[in-house]
Design a protein around this ligand. Sequence first.
Ligand SMILES: [Zn+2]
Length: 312
Amino acid sequence: MGRLLHVAWLLAAAAAAHVSAAPLQVEQVAPGVYVHIGQHKDFEDGYDGDIANIGFVIGTDAVAVIDTGGSYAVGMALKEALRKITGLPIRYVINTHGHPDHVFGNAAFIDAGPAGAGAPPRFIGHAMLPQAMASRGDAYLRNVKKQLGGAAEKSTLIPPTETVQHRLSLDLGNRQLELTAWPKAHTNNDLTLFDVSSGTLWTGDLLFIERTPSIDGDVKGWFSAMEALKKIKAVTTIPGHGPLTRDKNRALDRQGAYLATLLHDVRTSIRQGTDMTATMATAAASERARWQLFDVVNRRNVNVIYPALEWE
Ligand SMILES: [Zn+2]
């Protein structure tokens, strides 16, 4: 190879390396079901956009992506991982709810639809998701730019093109996905997904394992959702955060114990006239050793539920 040609080749290779992200590490948890397990980092400290569980399900005709990570870069890395496994079209991008760590990667899939280059897939979310994205979007975008700096590049919110009011069934080719939209619980736009052929349940943030559950909706509604989730016969359950489990109901009970303790302690504080700041330091302290990021998330939870319970 001539020297000039060689330089040109190196430049082209460097450019190619720049545009293609390193694929995210995914594991196959059931035939055709792939998950990337996010790390337990807080938004304030060391956040890299890669904290939520995200992944995809492959049918005989098409692929559905379930949550896309907290930045365009994470979404691209997920897409790279997917493309190493299948060349089938990505027909659906499904968001379990609108929190930034689950949705900012949507933008990486905008031109990855089934009709080929430039065509979008169908973006699917809860009927309340468009409104949630519209009202929180600007703040989320400011935060992600502040937290990730240059690594936030191209991160934008892509709202759903189709929404789910109650239930929706999707077909990937010999593979049925059952989507359920829930009343206000973790948020007001929680969506779960059940892959019938493998018995895999994706709970989104209706279930946290290891990481302290965060409340952005209604605790009592969350308890109702948890009771209903217990009735689903799942082989494998993929929580929004933390390792997957074959014993969903035990994990739900663990989460329920934290939420019930928090609710009880905050109510006691209010009855005894303890103010919110003092309550932040003491509520649910008996659960502290069981959860990661407890201090920061638990304080935020008190901040959310204390004012609401004051008027009970
Ligand atoms: Zn969430």
